[in-house]
Write a protein that binds this ligand. Structure first.
Ligand SMILES: [Zn+2]
Length: 84
């Protein structure tokens, strides 16, 4: 398709999670993000964890989470990636 399309790295995907959950990504960014998730169990799991924490705490989105909580999730994610 477009030559401008390139793969999202895991680090970029992690940074896009907040915007993704808030629905503030452009259609193209969202497609790239979802495309990465479809192939990457680590990022898919990370998104699921953030969603679960948001649901459990009653926060509207990741930005309403305690930064330490969010940081903990990112650390968990990076630990997971490091094992693979
Ligand atoms: Zn990934």
């Amino acid at each position: 398709m477009s030559v401008l399309t390139r793969d999202v790295t895991c680090r970029e995907a992690v940074e896009l999670v907040t915007d993704y959950l808030e629905g503030s990504l452009s259609t193209r960014e969202r497609r790239r993000f979802e495309h990465h998730l479809a192939r990457c169990d680590g990022c898919e799991g990370y998104l699921a964890q953030v969603r679960a924490v948001v649901a459990a705490t009653g926060a509207v989105g990741p930005e309403d989470l305690d930064p330490a909580t969010l940081q903990g999730l990112v650390a968990l994610f990076e630990q997971y990636k490091g094992d693979s």
